[in-house]
Design a protein around this ligand. Structure first.
Ligand SMILES: Cc1cc2nc3c(=O)[nH]c(=O)nc-3n(C[C@H](O)[C@H](O)[C@H](O)COP(=O)(O)OP(=O)(O)OC[C@H]3O[C@@H](n4cnc5c(N)ncnc54)[C@H](O)[C@@H]3O)c2cc1C
Length: 530
């Protein structure tokens, strides 16, 4: 059978969770381009934010999320995120995700920019692995069909309605069409765009590129988060040292051993990620070095080995005992705040097309994501997709209730979106040869943590020239390269457009935020020029 009620693309937390809910209502096919467990979810360490502590409330979680979003988070969807969090976590517990407990209660930890301890975790710092393994085992015990090593290469749309997808079997090279009533993109972010990244190889922006090509709106692509503390050892792939390590008291020191974060911000190590990442870059420039150190030697070895067993073991296996020596770190590409623009019900501007998880832009993260809100966003808005597509839950009454909950003091001033298409750019005669390492270096050097018009313009011209020369994709890697270049163009053009600094987007030529830019840049394909 090639027709399904739901086709889900991707098998991270968003794809698996939405499929487990969808199978209660109809047939489900998951298409995933690698093995089922190959995704970013598996690498998540810190945990999932949820306001269940005695000193906490959804309202406080709402305020922290809005503050991190730096004036661009959508108050309506943030209310949904924080109000509906506990209900979705209860689902994960029902699916038997083994969250850690302390004295019989779910254990909570604190992370940067959260005003209280509210991050739940599993296996200490192996939260994502436990979620991924538990949910994928569940999926295998249901009638959900899973096709691994199957890359979705095109969304089929007819008269403004989704009809299905075209997919490449990466093992045989055959191409098949699958039709459906509802298509849910759960393809993750775009971290492989950059030379240094915490992301899995599969995270190549496919969902954003597929949706853009199909006519969907893509929002906030300039907002990409760089994680400040990623292990840098020679010959070792970048490995995340969770925010929670600083939450538990980890200190950042420069190469001379001096604690430096309070030179940049009073919040020191617990400042938002973008502030810490930029401060590290400045400190590295100041000291003429390519790294700083995270010092946890003053913390109890028992705390380190029980709370961060995964980080402890990984470092030890690479010759570093973190209870005794400093951890060499610097920032790396981590998380896409923007993506396929969806409503509070996860729906894009094409009938039947939904997006969930990192590939979606629900508006909750605004210009900067609060740590541990992404796994939460994936489940909360996945659940709403099922509520919407099964209609019994969805009613105008509820939507109106939501609107009443908007806090005018927090939403006022968010202007209307700017609608854009990718500009036509001149083809340059001399550009570096196109390949993945050159693309990743270009993005790291010109569209990375610290941006300027000069660098962005240079990158935009090179990217447009490369895009013109791309051959028709035939296999997984050529599809991924095409998708990465398209996402790189969307990110670079959006970053050029935004003439201010806000959240994770920082420009040396416009170092302040501007009230004129308290709005979103939304890109849509212009069939005439792209
Ligand atoms: C190292 C690390 C640590 C993190 N720690 C945390 C944390 O503690 N808390 C938190 O909230 N967030 C954390 N994050 C972020 C969080 O893990 C991700 O945002 C989240 O897991 C994304 O889930 P997802 O389901 O959207 O995508 P992913 O888990 O990335 O899954 C994407 C899926 O889509 C598939 N796919 C992609 N393109 C195609 C295609 N064309 N056809 C078919 N299949 C396709 C992939 O194969 C994969 O199965 C972390 C991220 C990283 C990298």
């Amino acid at each position: 059978m090639n027709y399904y009620d739901y086709i889900v693309v991707g098998s991270g937390i968003a794809g698996l969770y939405v499929s487990l809910l969808a199978i209660e209502h109809g047939s489900v096919l998951i298409l995933t381009k690698s093995s089922i467990e190959d995704c970013n979810t598996r690498y998540a360490q810190g945990g999932v934010a949820v306001a269940i502590g005695n000193d906490d409330s959804p309202e406080l979680h709402f305020k922290d999320t809005m503050a991190a979003g730096d004036g661009l988070s959508d108050a309506e969807t943030v209310h949904i995120l924080t109000d509906e969090a506990a209900d979705c976590i209860a689902d994960l517990i029902r699916f038997k995700v083994p969250f850690d407990t302390l004295n019989g209660e779910i254990a909570l930890t604190k992370e940067a920019a959260h005003s209280v301890s509210r991050v739940i975790h599993a296996g200490g710092d192996a939260t994502g692995e436990h979620i991924e393994v538990t949910l994928s085992e569940h999926v295998r015990s249901t009638p959900i069909e899973v096709m691994e090593y199957c890359l979705v290469s095109e969304i089929l749309v007819d008269k403004g309605e989704v009809k299905g997808v075209r997919a490449l079997d990466c093992r045989t090279g055959s191409v098949e069409e699958y039709t459906c009533r509802f298509l849910i993109l759960a393809t993750g972010g775009v971290g492989r765009l950059f030379k240094y990244t915490t992301n899995s190889d599969v995270v190549t922006g496919d969902g954003v590129a597929l949706a853009f090509e199909a006519g969907a709106e893509i929002s906030d692509m300039e907002f990409f988060q760089f994680h400040p503390t990623v292990l840098r050892l020679p010959g070792v792939a970048p490995f995340l040292i969770s925010e929670a390590v600083r939450g538990e008291g980890g200190i950042l020191r420069n190469v001379e051993g001096r604690r430096f974060m309070s030179d940049y911000t009073p919040e020191a190590e617990l400042a938002p990620r973008d502030v810490v990442a930029r401060s590290i870059v400045y400190e590295m420039r100041k000291t003429g070095n390519d790294r700083v150190f995270l010092d946890v030697t003053h913390l109890s070895p028992r705390l380190l080995t029980t709370r961060f067993p995964h980080i402890y073991r990984f470092c030890l296996e690479h010759g570093l005992d973190i209870t005794k020596g400093f951890i060499p770190v610097d920032p790396a590409a981590h998380y896409l705040m923007g993506g396929v623009k969806v409503s509070a019900w996860g729906e894009a501007n094409i009938s039947g097309l939904f997006a969930a998880g990192e590939t979606a832009c629900t508006g909750v993260h605004g210009a900067n994501r609060l740590a541990s809100n992404s796994l939460l966003e994936a489940v909360v808005f996945s659940k709403r997709i099922i509520q919407k597509t099964t209609s019994s839950y969805y009613s105008e009454g509820e939507e109106q209730q939501r609107n009443l909950k908007q806090d005018p003091s927090l939403t006022h001033g968010v202007g209307s979106s700017i609608s854009c298409s990718l500009p036509c750019r001149e083809v340059l005669p001399n550009v570096p040869p196109f390949n993945l390492p050159n693309l990743q270096s270009l993005m790291w050097n010109k569209v990375g943590i610290i941006r300027s018009a000069e660098n962005l313009n240079e990158a935009a011209n090179i990217l447009a020239t490369w895009q013109r020369s791309l051959p028709h994709p035939t296999d997984r890697s050529s599809h991924e390269l095409n998708n990465l270049v398209l996402c790189a163009r969307l990110m670079t053009e959006a970053a050029l457009l935004r003439k201010e600094s806000r959240g994770a987007h920082f420009r040396t030529d416009f170092p302040q935020s501007s009230s004129q830019w308290q709005r979103h840049a939304v890109f849509k394909k212009n069939h005439a020029s792209n």
